[in-house]
Design a binder for this molecule. Structure first.
Ligand code: CP3
Length: 348
């Protein structure tokens, strides 16, 4: 494996400049992506390796990020488990939300080789197309975040149904989280075996609970996923860095540090220097520009980049947005951010 800047930063080794990559998730901000989307539905894109490969490479070609992220979606594992998902304009929708023990009992932990072959094939094609230009990041949704989607059936304001299950029927919640953790870990192991160079576990809704419940639910099952990956054959053959991202991590920093991940994702609601002081030097940090800051002028973007680079220090930092890029973002402002990170963090 080539010793890439991004992988060195994950391992907290010295780097000549801070690596940068970005998730576009909610962002249909790239004209090249929108052009492909006109020809295919979102799910068809995810399930057609050639198209997934094409759109994965777009931001690398356009901006020269230091890592590529697999084009897929965290919800891709739900249909093989027995949960129907569609992606209308308004955001993802679940056809048969999981609300009781009987529904949980029916869910299966899929074998990724049989149930998600298109994702594994996409990884192989992307790796071939990248020629080791940059590392490829694979990913999956963390158990609590997946539970929230499965139970709410879509977005939510107060997460009432999630909390009804967690606190009203904890035994059922734990049974569901265990199945989701096995699904997440097994899928990430298959992605490692297929060739990804790093895996990221997205806990987008991990920040909706009290500190005690953070330990009991999101963190506990993220730890289970990370432990299962680390004891797998795929990981023994290729021990890739593991990134854990909790959106809204500020209330849980000391516990966050104990996840077992090599890299912790940091959203923009907390200073990355504050996070560093709480978590110590044992992990790398990824973050944490507010995606909304890309609506500011290039001069202002540069000032904010500079502030984050200063707070983060050079070792063990990967520059990233604190969450996915917003759809109306101007690609030229993304370019301004990339240039600023390159220029301001370079020691050459
Ligand atoms: O950066 C990338 O392109 C990597 C691929 C990726 C997508 N989703 C593609 C996507 C990744 C890493 C994700 C992760 C994901 N998906 C998360 C975790 C990260 C986070 O944002 O917290 C979550 C919660 C989802 C679920 C999801 N998928 C939502 C809420 C939406 C709707 C967003 C919106 O604003 O409409 C999606 C759809 C989605 N996933 C799109 C993309 C490119 C847009 C779909 C389209 O093209 O119409």
């Amino acid at each position: 494996m080539v010793d890439h800047l991004f992988l060195r930063a994950c391992r907290r080794e010295p780097v000549s400049r801070t690596p940068i990559w970005m998730m576009r998730q909610a962002g249909r901000y790239l004209p090249a992506y929108r052009a492909v989307r006109e020809r295919a539905s979102f799910l068809d894109l995810c399930r057609t390796p050639e198209l997934a490969c094409e759109v994965t490479l777009q931001p690398i070609d356009e901006f020269g990020f230091d890592a590529a992220i697999l084009f897929s979606d965290i919800l891709i594992t739900l249909p093989p488990m027995g949960i129907e998902v569609t992606f209308p304009e308004s955001g993802p929708k679940i056809g048969n939300p999981v609300r009781d023990q009987a529904a949980i009992d029916k869910l299966v932990v899929p074998d990724p080789d049989l149930a998600l072959p298109y994702t594994l094939e996409a990884i192989k094609q992307i790796k071939a197309a990248l020629h080791d230009r940059v590392p490829l990041i694979g990913f999956a949704g963390a158990p609590l975040t997946m539970l929230t989607y499965a139970v709410e059936g879509g977005g939510s304001k107060d997460y009432a149904r999630t909390k009804k299950l967690l606190y009203g029927a904890p035994a059922s919640a734990h049974a569901l989280l265990d199945k989701l953790a096995q699904t997440c870990a097994t899928f990430l192991e298959a992605q490692i075996a297929a060739g990804v160079d790093c895996v990221q576990i997205f806990d987008s809704w991990g920040g909706i609970v009290s500190p005690g419940d953070f330990r009991e639910y999101p963190l506990r099952y993220a730890k289970q996923v990370i432990a299962q990956i680390k004891s797998s054959r795929a990981y023994a053959a290729k021990p890739v860095p593991i990134i854990y991202f909790v959106n809204g991590c500020a209330p849980y920093l000391t516990d966050y540090a104990s996840s077992g991940a090599d890299v912790l994702g940091v959203d923009w609601r907390v200073g990355i220097d504050v996070v560093r002081r709480s978590v110590g030097d044992g992990v790398a940090l990824q973050g944490n520009l507010d995606p909304g800051a890309l609506f500011a002028s290039p001069t202002e973007i540069r000032a904010r980049v500079s502030d984050i680079l200063e707070r983060a220090g050079k070792t063990g930092h990967i520059f990233n947005l604190g969450h996915g890029v917003l759809p109306e973002t101007d690609p030229e402002h993304v370019r301004a951010m990339v240039t600023a990170v390159r220029e301001l963090s370079s020691s050459e």
